[in-house]
Design a protein around this ligand. Sequence first.
Ligand code: PEP
Length: 246
Amino acid sequence: MKWTQDMKKLIAGNWKMNMNTESAKAFDQAMAKVDEKIVEWLICPPYPYIQHITNTKRGAQDCSAYYSGAFTGEVSASMLADIQCDYCIVGHSERRAEAHCETSDIVRQKAQLVIDNGMTAIVCVGETLEEREEGKAFDIVEGQLLKSIPNDTRPDNCVIAYEPVWAIGTGKAATSCDVSNMHNYIREILKSNVADGEEMRILYGGSVKPDNAAELLNIDNVDGALIGGASLKAEDFIAIGKAVES
Ligand code: PEP
């Protein structure tokens, strides 16, 4: 991907462990006519369905932290590049959480492999409800961010997704004020630590729906959205992208 100053907002769908061949193909067909002038569309299906995505950018939800070899069940970044993935999500809170216990060091290794294989890493960060209530949200996000992004990160090979854990899948998005404060904070960290950090896209994720998309997507320093539940229906996903224009 060539970096341009007027990088479009990124509307990214994370299907998690949902959909099947039929629904993935039908979704792809629904995306055939979307307008790409203002929005960059991305779908991240489960691995078996990635190649059914032909009408938007395609991405994966995760990759191995290792290059290749005896890692049963893992999928490497080079394999994702081989099937023409453009993006790979790393460090989603569902992978940082207890079931997988991924640390920011592991997330950084994955992001590095994504970048080394010519794709763009979507590095997720976000605090839990407990951390927010204890007043630690900004420190937690800053720590995750600085430990999770590789040294050679640039706006054309990395996107940050701020996803407060308490807003994911709960139907309760963060308020515009919370989103604005955190995205401005992340912007300052990127400006101080990343080459051209003022240009790196920062997505918001957490219960984005068609009815709150316009408000969330038009906040300063919100350069797109990472969408879980509402990315399972093409109609809702497209409506979210259309909110960028409004
Ligand atoms: C996500 O899992 O990245 C997410 C944002 O989910 P949801 O949109 O369902 O809150």
